[in-house]
Design a protein around this ligand. Structure first.
Ligand code: RB5
Length: 139
């Protein structure tokens, strides 16, 4: 089995937060954007989900202004379960209950400390399965 990779991508509205997060999580694979020049969030969501879908263990982190555009774009791909988390409690629950494989953060509405806590919570939490598995299977 291939190793688990963690990918991160943002649009221009998430660029600042992504830059700060990469200082704390240098092993994440950065898929852009790499400047604050305006770009289209679906391009980055699609780039990231393509990588995440290569291995069941892979994880993605997407950031745009509100987190909504990235969530909509990522969830169009079969096999992607992207969840928008505005705090670390939600980040934990979307792993535990929804088996989310992509964490979406609202770059314009979340500070770096909460974003770091959210990522740590997401990465350290396991899917609870049980009654939640049945629901995932209905998606
Ligand atoms: C970009 O201005 C903004 O619309 C985008 O980052 C995101 O919030 C869309 O959902």
């Amino acid at each position: 089995m291939k190793n688990k990779n963690i990918y991160i991508a943002s649009d221009h509205a998430g660029f600042d937060l992504k830059t700060k997060l990469l200082e704390n999580f240098p092993k994440f694979y950065d898929l852009g954007t790499n400047t604050k020049e305006s770009v289209d969030y679906p391009d980055f969501a699609h780039k990231l989900t393509k990588q995440v879908l290569k291995n069941k263990k892979n994880i993605g982190i997407l950031i745009c202004g509100t987190g909504v555009g990235m969530s909509i774009a990522a969830n169009r791909k079969k096999g992607i379960r992207a969840g928008l988390a505005s705090n670390s409690k939600i980040a934990r629950l979307i792993r535990k209950h929804n088996d989310a494989n992509v964490l979406v953060l609202p770059g314009r509405y979340m500070n770096t400390s909460e974003a770091k806590k959210s990522i740590q919570a997401f990465l350290s939490t396991k899917f609870e399965s049980g009654r939640h598995k049945k629901r995932i299977n209905k998606l």
